[in-house]
Design a protein around this ligand. Structure first.
Ligand SMILES: C[S@@+](CC[C@H](N)C(=O)[O-])C[C@H]1O[C@@H](n2cnc3c(N)ncnc32)[C@H](O)[C@@H]1O
Length: 394
């Protein structure tokens, strides 16, 4: 397959991040052909594949459509997959992993489709080269995604492998960390662009702080990884990848123009944050300290962002005890964060009512299985008490 061969590209993301991945892809100049809750479809070649893997902050994987066909029965499916020129793409020395999804009357076990696909591919490579690649669940090498819906089948080359959200910097997760891609989307929703002061009380393991620093520098998150699945295909062109990386490196050299402050009451959280930020190479850009959120230093400004991800009583803490914390967050915004936009990311709307301020925007997110909201509060500069009404409109 030539690097300039264009095909359909499916950019997948965690459920609920479709709008954010669409925005990122459009900002990179692509036309979104289809948008779903869990990804977008665009068109592109292997240069686009490299660029997307390097640049997308909110995506999970970049899938390049290799072939689509019709099949009704497993035998027919095997034959069609086996007829594809796999030996031109995959060396017998590679390790293959298959991710399959099926919703078709002749199959009642989607794992069986994975098995069929794997057999069809390795049998073909063995026929043509005399040796069989190994296979298993590890996604560090060649990864193939297959979808079989009714009588239609799509075979994609998963060019990312391990999730793009796994940037590799979070060696110390601490408690209930946000997935990196979700943290990036939350920052996008808060309109953080790197030029305004950002205050992150309750920073936990520092995911929001690290993602913010990467955004502020314009640093492409893919530069933190050195392994993508496309590197394991026979059409991998090292020189083009080097050029794409160099291009990305040149773009990621902005200077930090406003502070990023991250605090947590737990010393271990701050230790984890510092360690993670160090691995990401941004530790020197973030002011970390251990304190109660209400003691977080707030720089004077009229365009700052204060963003908090308190526990919400589902996985951690206890909802009743947290009511007081949420009320204190409202008081903190009102009394200490004038001139800021206040944001709270929470999965518990009942607790959010205890903040006692009017929300000006709400964004829906999904954090694992929990539907969450990012709630925005305008906090006016000066004393405009009439704006701080308590209501239950979250
Ligand atoms: C849900 S976790 C934040 C996770 C974080 N977004 C991440 O990705 O790792 C909530 C954090 O709030 C901190 N916390 C709880 N009560 C606090 C308080 N009164 N002041 C400051 N931090 C507090 C906890 O120690 C915990 O790290």
């Amino acid at each position: 397959m030539e690097l300039t061969d264009r095909s359909k590209i499916l950019v997948t993301c965690a459920r609920g991040l479709g709008d954010w991945v669409a925005k990122e892809v459009e900002d990179l100049g692509y036309v979104v052909l289809v948008k779903r809750n869990n990804g977008v479809e665009i068109k592109g070649d292997w240069f686009d594949v490299m660029k997307l893997n390097l640049e997308l902050r909110t995506a999970l994987a970049v899938l390049y459509l290799f072939h689509e066909f019709k099949a009704k029965k497993p035998k027919e499916y095997y034959k069609k997959v086996n007829s594809l020129p796999w030996e031109t793409l995959i060396s017998p020395n590679e390790f293959i992993s298959i991710i399959s999804r099926a919703d078709t009357p002749t199959i009642d076990n989607t794992m069986y489709v994975g098995q069929l696909t794997k057999d069809a591919i390795v049998d073909r490579i063995a026929d043509k080269t005399g040796s069989r690649p190994n296979s298993g669940p590890k996604r560090d090498n060649v990864v193939i995604n297959t979808f079989w819906m009714a009588d239609r089948c799509w075979i994609y080359l998963n060019t990312s492998g391990n999730k793009l959200a796994d940037r590799g910097y979070r060696k110390m997760p601490f408690k209930a960390p946000l997935q990196e891609s979700l943290a990036a989307a939350v920052l996008m929703a808060s309109e953080y662009g790197g030029s305004q002061p950002l205050v992150l009380p309750m920073c936990g393991s520092g995911t929001l702080a690290v993602e913010a620093a990467l955004i502020a520098l314009g640093r492409k998150v893919g530069l933190l990884r050195n392994n993508f699945s496309f590197m394991h295909l026979l059409n991998y062109d090292k020189d083009s990848w080097k050029d794409t990386r160099l291009e990305a490196l040149k773009k990621g050299t902005k200077k930090l123009s406003a502070p990023i402050i991250a605090t947590d009451i737990d010393k271990e959280a701050i230790e984890a944050s510092i360690s993670n930020a160090t691995t990401a190479g941004v530790e020197h850009l973030i002011d970390f300290s251990v304190c109660d959120f209400a003691k977080t230093p707030i720089p004077k400004t009229d365009n700052g962002i204060v963003l908090m991800n308190p526990e919400y009583g589902e996985r951690l803490g206890d909802a009743k005890k947290l009511e007081k914390t949420y009320k204190r967050i409202g008081d903190f915004f009102k009394n200490d964060c004038r001139g800021y936009s206040g944001y709270v990311f929470t999965g518990n709307l009942n607790l959010a009512k205890h903040i006692g301020l009017r929300t000006s925007r709400r964004f829906i997110f999904q954090n694992a299985k929990i539907e969450c909201r990012l709630l925005k509060y305008e906090i006016y500069k000066g004393s405009r008490k009439s704006k701080y009404q308590t209501n239950n409109d979250q």
